[in-house]
Design a protein around this ligand. Structure first.
Ligand SMILES: *Cc1c(COP(=O)(O)O)cnc(C)c1O
Length: 369
């Protein structure tokens, strides 16, 4: 989508906050290394900017979800390993080679086909993925996994860069399932003769709440880098994180509406008396979803409810008194005394703190400071 620069709605990203969150986490994990996860345009924060900040702060590599996300990083000059976390069609092996992208492998047959596509002296960087209980992708079968390891040892064109798994319940206060998965991972990894450089299991939640027990020498840090809590504030953080994203706009029209007037499509809100209504140029076309009707935004440090249905490009708020056109509105982030957290938006929208920034569309320009 085309970014709309000639409109006051914008996202402000505090790159220093991202760097600090990564440094705090690196300090917390001690000797372990870190890949920072920048898939889905860095959870809406900007993949290239985040990956740059991550390497500067001391991370060793980046993770993305797709080949195209990986190519974007390489074209922007991002160094270090770039691991694609998803499964890609084996016919794209030449692209992986061309851009030096590391690939997640979840089956022996994929690896066998990949070998056939490699030319002389080409080297494909592999991370073998184990399904220890997530049920998504990865080897389930130990024998098949060890055959894949053996193939990477036998084939010059294959370099086993990593072995990893992914936890399903790392943010849960009940750690039993997490421990089962960790134990299964341990059993797979223990039997190895040659240990690859990166053994990784922890995402943000597992890094925050299970760091010492988690198997591996590397973590995959995603949400935490952006200063967000994977448990939606329900669990305390072992070190502080600073939210990096602010979503702001300005009021484009202010009007005094008489009693018993409908506001918005379907007139789901009707004024209870004479009321000041402000219009904000953001809507579900920007990823400010319709289920945020009734949530509040900040105007002059005061919480103002979103009234009526959220439209595609605009929404209406109830003001306690007149404010001039052009008055700033904070939808996510700090005003003077008050703050709206992504986690609060997520809770109201009955989702997690990952989905809210991911949904904020390209129509909203991102500014970095
Ligand atoms: C997205 C993802 C991560 C990052 O998770 P966070 O909770 O954001 O830290 C790590 N590993 C895999 C496999 C993922 O898909």
């Amino acid at each position: 989508m085309e970014a709309s620069y000639h409109r006051p709605t914008r996202i402000l990203i505090d790159i220093k906050a991202i760097e600090q969150n990564i440094q705090s986490c690196l300090h917390y994990i001690g000797d372990k290394k870190m890949f920072v996860v920048v898939k889905a345009d860095g959870y809406g924060h900007g993949a290239v900017e985040t990956a740059k900040a991550a390497l500067k702060a001391g991370a060793v590599g980046s993770c993305v979800a797709t080949i195209d996300e990986g190519i974007l990083l390489r074209k922007a000059g991002i160094a270090g390993p770039i691991l694609i976390l998803g499964i890609v069609d084996v016919r794209y092996v030449p692209i992986l080679i061309n851009y030096q992208l590391s690939i997640t492998v979840s089956s022996l047959s994929w690896l066998q086909q990949a070998v056939k596509l490699l030319k002389d002296r080409e080297r494909l960087f592999i991370h073998l993925k184990l399904d220890t209980g997530m049920g998504r992708i990865g080897f389930l079968n130990k024998q098949e996994f060890f055959q894949a390891v053996a193939l990477t040892n036998a084939e010059k064109g294959l370099f086993l860069e990593g072995i990893f798994t992914h936890f399903a319940t790392a943010d849960d206060s009940d750690s039993r399932y997490w421990a089962e998965q960790n134990n299964r991972f341990k059993q797979f990894v223990e039997g190895l003769e040659n240990v690859p450089p990166y053994i990784h299991s922890s995402n943000t939640a597992s890094t925050l709440w299970h760091n010492s027990a988690a198997i591996g020498n590397t973590v995959r840090f995603g949400l935490g880098a952006y200063g967000l809590n994977p448990s939606n504030i329900s669990r305390r953080l072992p070190f502080s994180l600073r939210p990096a994203l602010q979503l702001v706009s300005k009021i484009v029209q202010v009007k005094q509406v008489s009693h018993a007037n409908g506001i918005g499509y379907g007139t789901t809100y009707v004024t209870k008396k004479e009321e000041w209504i402000g219009t904000v140029p953001i809507g579900y076309g920007d990823g400010w979803t319709r289920n945020l009707q009734g949530f509040s935004v900040l105007v002059n440090d005061e919480y103002c409810p979103i009234v009526g249905r959220i439209c595609m490009d605009q929404c209406m708020i109830r003001l306690s008194s007149f404010v001039p056109v052009g008055t700033p509105v904070t939808l996510i982030g700090k005003s003077k005394q008050e703050q709206i957290l992504v986690e609060e938006v997520a809770k109201y929208a009955k989702t997690n703190s990952y989905e809210i920034p991911c949904l904020l569309s390209d129509r909203i320009p991102r500014y970095y400071f």
